[in-house]
Design a protein. Structure first.
Length: 325
């Protein structure tokens, strides 16, 4: 049982580690603007990141010097302290590395493949990640994908997701904090519309309440019952909306429209010394209580929906509204 008194699966975390996709993106920026301007871009992003960190009263991070096994043990200790049933990592320094971390802690961790769907051999890599590495889903940073998500060149990737019943988590909206990527193809969740229509048995989860595009996500969810939303992140993006918007507003509106069956809890926890971001979870638990959601709805949001998407049969966790207490 979790520290909050009910089962909790955190569906959106990250195991610390550099991602090859980001390395390729930096190389593309350097090719366009040159190394000096790339350094300025990174400095701008770092300054904004620091501003957000201070606002959230988080300690500064330092380069990780521990081994992968030591970091995994530290993450496991944090998960155990919070009483989490499962932690689902969306990335972890490449599929092979994350697969090894998950395999060593299978009773507590799950992981998603995280590679470019437009890269050569992407479908084969996704199949390998599932069948050989034991990963449970697929994570895509949509603005980094250089062709439309509905482009037929990506069809083989979505077909693998369909074949294995893999949930797909997509990040839309700006990437890498202020000073990062603010405009690109597939920035808007509506880019997923035709894919969700073509693959109705695949469960798509849009991260961070749409990250700047909540209205578009609501429209996408209205037209596609296989589209879900996750609650993760610090929701700093709400400060950049042209109208007042709070995390409580988002919970209320998505509960009214998507229903409790399509909302999935997450925190976006990743780096140390931050570790598991318990304050993010505390805030969401408080909001659900303030909205007076039923114990049944709370159970689905904080554990049941994640268990269903992952195909987990866990004692004490109902995965449908009918079964929830």
């Amino acid at each position: 049982m979790s520290r909050w008194g009910f089962p909790v699966i955190d569906f959106h975390c990250h195991f610390p580690g550099d991602e090859p996709v980001q390395e390729r993106l930096d190389a593309e920026y350097e090719h366009v603007c040159g190394p000096a301007k790339l350094a300025r871009l990174r400095a701008n992003a770092a300054a904004y990141h620091e501003r957000v960190r201070l606002a959230r009263t988080l300690p500064p991070t330092e380069p990780e010097t521990r081994t992968t096994e030591e970091v995994a043990a530290a993450w496991r200790a944090d998960a155990d302290d919070a009483g989490l049933t499962r932690v689902v990592f969306m990335s972890g320094g490449g599929n092979d590395r994350l697969g090894g971390v998950v395999a060593a802690h299978r009773e507590r961790f799950a992981g998603f493949a995280n590679h470019q769907p437009c890269a050569p051999g992407a479908a084969a890599e996704l199949r390998r990640a599932v069948t050989e590495l034991g990963l449970s889903g697929y994570k895509v940073i949509a603005p980094w994908v250089t062709v439309p998500l509905a482009d037929r060149s990506l069809w083989p990737v979505w077909e693998v997701c369909e074949e294995y019943g893999l949930p797909v988590v997509l990040h839309f909206g700006p990437v890498n904090s202020g000073g990062g990527l603010g405009h690109a193809p597939n920035m808007d969740p509506i880019a997923l519309h035709d894919v969700a229509k073509a693959f109705p048995s695949v469960n798509f989860v849009v991260a961070h309440f749409g990250c700047g595009y909540p209205g578009e996500l609501l429209r996408l969810g209205w037209s596609n019952a296989n589209v879900h939303v996750d609650t993760s992140s610090n929701h700093e993006w709400t400060r950049w909306m042209p109208y007042e918007l709070t995390l409580k507003d988002l919970f209320r509106r998505f509960h009214e429209t998507f229903g409790p069956e399509r909302i999935v809890f997450g925190t976006d926890s990743c780096d140390f010394p931050w570790g598991y971001l318990t304050p993010h979870a505390d805030e969401q638990v408080r909001i659900v209580a303030e909205l007076n959601l039923s114990p049944r709805d709370r159970q689905l949001i904080f554990a049941g929906n994640a268990a269903r998407l992952l195909g987990l049969d866990l004692p004490g966790i109902a995965t449908t509204r009918e079964d929830a207490a």
